[in-house]
Ligand binder design. Structure first.
Ligand SMILES: Cc1cc2nc3c(=O)[nH]c(=O)nc-3n(C[C@H](O)[C@H](O)[C@H](O)COP(=O)(O)OP(=O)(O)OC[C@H]3O[C@@H](n4cnc5c(N)ncnc54)[C@H](O)[C@@H]3O)c2cc1C
Length: 394
């Protein structure tokens, strides 16, 4: 088994060497380098397009999905080897999407065969980009209070209502959306719908953020017709699907706490502040904070690896993604606080060319959202208290 894995590792390395364009082996410079795919996506370069195509052809945009749905059919151990070899060569992730990290797992678990065959290969090839219609103006942390209605019209639903904070809704092709199909029950009256954002009656309005970008929208539904076969799972059982998907979303967001590409925090701080006579970072307070951060960061990396192994083996507690999400996002916020502290006033530059148009400051502000998106830190702590520590309700 170990021999087979080593053979596989060599094959993967050779294949990556031969097929990953050199431009795709450099760290991403900004969000603009992320390949999201979709009908409206404009590739940043030919190399980016080529990298997506060769990886999708091999099924390696979603290495552990079954081959019949566009995946690579790799075992968890093989998928891990691929990830390690890509990291060793500095290969960029060829495709990032909510289809891969959120909807795909839910489709694999709850989809009909027709739904899987229709949607999964298009996600794997980066042809269709999905957005997530969960939150509403009066339903965020208390998501089950959602009010967007889906009225039963025989062969279809008529959807009316509003979502908010819908990331990239103005660029997405399809939405996975929570709607109310029964007003007599809270969780038990929710269904999980899939529909095209080009359907008549769907409109979006981008929301401008403090960071200067506009990554999410208000999304409005005005008599949108959705065929009944586009319900994922059973009617009125959407809460079960929604929670399953949230586990995968939280797992994905927790990854932000992982070690970033490029120089480590210590290397960056040394470059900015220099060394004292003993060769240490020339700022004792920051040195202590960075040392503590590095310890926590290594501990989190070790815990993440164990978590992923157990997840792939189907052996995690259902509330464990909340633990990972809480710690990973708080860690990522700390990392950017320290980067700003080490960078001094230069790091606050907002528009100059030398600062990469405020790359550090904008990234720092963006991390503030990490502990809100996918459920706030307070909500994760409530889940951990209730479901893992089994504490009584406060
Ligand atoms: C960057 C970003 C991207 C997002 N993308 C999407 C998306 O694509 N699709 C989507 O549907 N949503 C998205 N969201 C929305 C996100 O899921 C919600 O913002 C989040 O669930 C919190 O809901 P809320 O904003 O309504 O805050 P509220 O629920 O109003 O919470 C306000 C404050 O009260 C606290 N609070 C609330 N209830 C409790 C409680 N019971 N115990 C303790 N504290 C509590 C919260 O922790 C928070 O600090 C995104 C959010 C961000 C920041």
């Amino acid at each position: 088994m170990a021999d087979e894995l080593e053979t596989f590792r060599r094959e993967v390395r050779d294949w990556l060497e031969a097929n990953c364009p050199s431009e795709m082996r450099t760290p991403m410079r900004s969000e603009k380098d992320v390949c999201w795919g979709g009908r409206n996506f404009t590739f940043a370069s030919d190399a980016q397009k080529q990298w997506l195509e060769v990886m999708a052809q091999r099924g390696w945009t979603v290495p552990d999905w079954p081959k019949e749905y566009g995946g690579g059919g790799l075992s968890p151990a093989e998928a891990k080897v691929l990830k390690q070899e890509m990291a060793a060569l500095g290969c960029r992730v060829p495709l990032q999407s909510f289809g891969i990290s959120m909807l795909g797992p839910a489709l694999l678990e709850y989809g009909t065969e027709e739904q899987k065959l229709e949607h999964l290969p298009k996600i794997a090839r980066g042809e269709i980009r999905w957005c997530q219609g969960y939150s509403e103006p009066n339903a965020g942390s208390d998501l089950a209070s959602l009010a967007t209605s889906a009225e039963d019209k025989g062969d279809h639903f008529l959807v009316n209502g509003q979502k908010v904070w819908t990331s990239y809704a103005d660029q997405a092709d399809w939405i996975f959306c929570l709607v109310r199909t029964d007003t007599s029950q809270k969780q038990g009256g929710i269904s999980f719908l899939l529909f095209d954002m080009e359907s008549e009656g769907v409109s979006t309005k981008p929301i401008l953020l403090i960071s200067g970008s506009s990554p999410f929208c208000e999304t409005f539904f005005d008599d949108v017709k959705v065929p009944k076969d586009q319900v994922l799972g059973e009617i009125n059982q959407g809460w079960t699907v929604a929670k399953y998907l949230l586990g995968h979303e939280r797992e994905m967001i927790s990854g932000m706490g992982g070690r970033a590409q490029g120089p480590s925090l210590s290397e960056y701080a040394l470059g900015k502040l220099g060394r004292d006579e003993q060769g240490r970072l020339d700022d004792p307070v920051l040195r202590a904070r960075i040392a503590m951060f590095e310890v926590r960061s290594h501990a989190f990396a070790a815990m993440s690896e164990r978590f992923m192994d157990r997840l792939k083996a189907g052996r995690i507690h259902p509330a464990q993604p909340s633990m990972m999400k809480y710690y990973g996002t708080e860690l990522n916020k700390d990392r950017h606080e320290l980067l700003m502290a080490a960078g001094g006033s230069d790091a606050l530059e907002w528009e100059s060319e030398s600062s990469g148009e405020g790359k550090a400051a904008r990234a720092w502000l963006r991390t503030k959202a990490n502990s809100i998106e996918g459920g706030t830190s307070e909500i994760q702590l409530n889940i951990i208290a209730k479901r893992i520590l089994e504490l009584p309700e406060g």
